[in-house]
Design a protein around this ligand. Structure first.
Ligand code: FAD
Length: 604
């Protein structure tokens, strides 16, 4: 019997980004004892890295905005495979969640008359992103964390990685994990569990995501019997840094384009004007002059094509590079310095609006963005797919297991609009906390399965007991390289089938990795334990991507470049079969309510 500490609570929240913190606050406010577990230090989550802002139709800058337009924009961006109920709730509730943050102490940028300022972002018809310069995530996390640390009912376990979800019969009963510092095991017993573990970016080689985004929550839920959905939809953000190689993939916020930054190729051409999709043409500027006026708040002007959806912009960049019109290091140019032709105080303006970008390029690439164009290219950024949940409650198909934020599927459909993640975390983090608290109140304390705990502990220490195997890093790198090359921005059946074979082979290698040293802060061991999750999510992405034989949103098939109207009628759902193999199903999307259909017809 392995040694472990046991902790009891009503609601266990796994992950302390925006979704986890917001869920914990809500569950505690409902009278529950909450335990919040996170893999890194409290505050170090993707949410803190978010730059551009949180989308909410507050209509502070353009009075034409409303939840109905936000709903229509989100559905159109997601190419109509979104969970429409989630898109409705999100658009309706986001403004209240932002105002609530303000009441809790978040200091957003202001309009001249003192309201929360909102900026333009791709795919949003009106300026909609509440922001704090380009450090919005930091302010959101600071505000939520301030509330969490002052609540007696919330206990925080930092630097603890959850390795397995525990069940009592069919229902969620808690989790098993270890503290990263000493390597000691912990068991958390809970009446309800909320997963808020973020994304899967580390399944790919070039990514804006940091080390902890290994798809843990996706894999934990899948192994516990929950369904995953939409895993083929991975977002490749068009603008990541590409030079020097050590910083490749680090995000360059869309806020640069929102503030007037333009994309040009080697010949200085604004290539985004060359390819405007039909369904966005009526709302896209015809000339650079009109595009500039839009970014400066002229309501009679239309969006520049640089602010089309991310999937489209990323593919246009890839095309320029592939056809030999790229920048010296294999990207294109993103130029905000050009605005000095328009604004007398351009340099100060850029530093004020984009302080992090200014410092990022100065420090990491020795480039002054107020005078010199940046070199950028696509980077793996976000996964639209995740745990399939009920739109209202966020409960998965496993009773008592909830998911919110990036780990949950549905809201964003085939493609997320920038800014819709931060508002997603707030809206659905709160809902997950509320409903998890409700479930906890209505259900007894579960029993723990000692056999399951034993098995999880045995599996966790197995890499120490195998001598002479290869290091986990080698397997991780091979997987990342393969996913980037074979299941990346442009996909083909034959390549993805090869990737599936590759995953099978890598799974064998992962079973044999060995770790040297002991359990005290041992990154080699941590990587070995993350591998199983990376393999599950990689297989899910590849299988779903093979099954969707069309191009839609973040999923682009070279062998099926067109959109198939049938493709808008189903989601791809994956689950673990009785034999342990991954099963896949096309699940019909429930018919949309008539009142929402009318909105799409009017505004979509
Ligand atoms: P995260 O904030 O990613 O938090 C996940 C938490 O789970 C962390 O605490 C982590 O330690 C924990 N965790 C993971 N695995 C385990 C485990 N096994 N055990 C225990 N804990 C675990 N979105 C916008 O809307 N607007 C933006 O401007 C924007 N800018 C972005 C900029 C960058 C550079 C990046 C990377 C993303 C950006 N996004 C933006 C996306 C957005 O930030 C993320 O989608 C969002 O923050 C995810 O929040 P979350 O709460 O779901 O997860």
């Amino acid at each position: 019997m392995p040694e472990f500490e046991t902790h009891d609570c009503d609601v266990l929240v796994i992950g302390a980004g925006g979704a986890g913190l917001r869920a914990a606050i809500e569950a505690e406010a409902a009278g529950c004892r909450v335990t919040l577990v996170c893999k890194s230090l409290l505050g170090k989550a993707h949410t803190v890295m978010a730059e551009g802002g949180a989308a909410a139709a507050m209509a502070n800058v353009d009075e034409r905005d409303s939840w109905r337009v936000h709903f229509a924009d989100t559905m159109r961006g997601g190419q109509y495979v979104n969970n429409w109920r989630m898109a409705e709730l999100h658009a309706q509730e986001a403004p209240a969640r932002i105002r609530e943050l303000e009441a809790w102490g978040a200091v957003f940028d202001r309009t001249d008359d003192g309201r929360i300022l909102q900026r333009n972002f791709g795919g949003h018809r009106y300026p909609r992103l509440a922001h704090v310069g380009d450090r919005t995530g930091l302010e959101i996390i600071r505000t939520l964390q301030d509330r969490v640390v002052h609540r007696k009912g919330i206990e925080v376990h930092m630097e603890c990685t959850v390795l397995r979800l525990l069940k009592d019969g069919d229902r969620a009963a808690g989790a098993f994990g270890y503290d990263r510092e000493r390597g000691r095991f912990r068991v958390w017993r809970a009446r309800a569990v909320v997963l808020a573990t973020g994304g899967i970016g580390k399944a790919f080689k070039i990514t804006s995501n940091s080390w902890e985004y290994t798809g843990d929550g996706h894999a934990l839920a899948y192994e516990a019997g929950a369904e995953l959905m939409d895993m083929e939809f991975v977002q490749f953000h068009p603008t990541g840094m590409i030079w020097p190689p050590s910083v490749r993939g680090i995000l360059v916020t869309e806020g640069v384009r929102g503030e007037g930054g333009v994309l040009t190729n080697r010949d200085g051409r604004r290539f985004m004007f060359d390819d405007v999709p039909e369904n966005y043409r009526a709302q896209t500027a015809d000339t650079p002059e009109e595009g500039w006026r839009y970014t400066q708040g002229d309501k009679s002007a239309r969006r520049p094509p640089e602010l089309l959806t991310r999937d489209h912009v990323a593919r246009c960049i890839m095309r320029e590079v592939k056809e030999g019109r790229g920048s010296p290091h294999g990207g294109v140019f993103l130029d905000i310095a050009w605005i000095k032709e328009k604004l007398p105080n351009a340099s100060e303006h850029i530093k004020k609006k984009l302080p992090s970008m200014y410092h990022q390029f100065k420090q990491l690439a020795d480039i002054d963005i107020t005078t010199t164009p940046m070199e950028v290219g696509p980077t793996t950024h976000y996964v639209m797919g995740g745990v399939r949940v009920d739109g209202d409650s966020q409960m998965s198909t496993v009773p008592g297991l909830f998911a919110a934020g990036e780990v949950a599927a549905g809201l964003h459909g085939a493609n997320r609009l920038g800014g819709n993640s931060l508002s997603d975390l707030l809206v659905f983090g709160r809902r997950a906390g509320e409903h998890a608290a409700c479930f906890a109140r209505e259900n007894a304390v579960p029993s723990l399965d000692a056999g399951a705990v034993d098995a999880a502990a045995r599996d966790a220490v197995a890499p120490f007991e195998r001598a002479g195997g290869e290091a986990a890093y080698a397997v991780q790198h091979a997987l990342q390289e393969m996913m980037q090359d074979l299941v990346g921005i442009v996909r083909r059946e034959e390549e993805m089938t090869r990737a599936l074979d590759g995953i099978t082979a890598l799974r064998e290698r992962a079973r044999l990795v060995s770790v040297v040293g002991n359990r005290e802060y041992n990154p080699g061991w941590h990587t070995a334990l993350d591998l199983a999750n990376l393999l599950v999510v990689s297989e899910a992405v590849a299988r779903a991507a093979i099954e969707r034989k069309e191009s839609r949103g973040g999923h682009f098939r070279d062998d099926y470049p067109a959109k198939d109207p049938q493709g808008a009628t189903f989601n791809i759902v994956l689950r673990r079969g009785g034999d342990g193999a991954m099963q896949l199903e096309r699940r019909p999307i429930p018919p949309m309510r008539d009142d929402l259909k009318a909105i799409i017809q009017e505004l979509g």
